[in-house]
Design a protein around this ligand. Structure first.
Ligand SMILES: [Zn+2]
Length: 113
């Protein structure tokens, strides 16, 4: 018998659906929970505050789905790091908001450099 297994807790609904799409590309069926719109009386919509999560049905897909979740998480983290820093010619890694190297005081290199 198969049952739903929680694979990934997302930061937000977009994150959850991106991961669901990735699973589908790999042929793994999944559902997103926690981002449901719950209809209230009067027809207005209420968004649940909980963080959405991605669940997988088939036991045979759980291991593969967990690997994909690790990759997905790692990729999200490394792209953040790339955006948030630059590397000086002396080899130091400098955060984006600084325009010169704290170590050797070279200015941040630009396209003409
Ligand atoms: Zn430097």
């Amino acid at each position: 018998m198969s049952s739903l297994k929680k694979i990934y807790v997302a930061a937000n609904a977009v994150d959850a659906h991106m991961f669901k799409e990735l699973l589908e590309q790999e042929g793994v069926q999944s559902v997103v929970r926690g981002d449901d719109f719950v209809p209230l009386q009067g027809g207005s919509l209420f968004t649940m505050e909980t963080r959405p999560s991605v669940w997988v049905f088939d036991d045979e897909h759980v291991l593969r789905a967990r690997e994909l979740a690790d990759d997905f998480r790692r990729r999200a983290t490394s792209s953040d790091e790339t955006l948030a820093s630059w590397t000086c010619r002396c080899g130091e890694t400098i955060e984006e908001q600084f325009t010169e190297c704290w170590s050797c005081r070279r200015p941040k290199p630009d396209a003409r450099d």
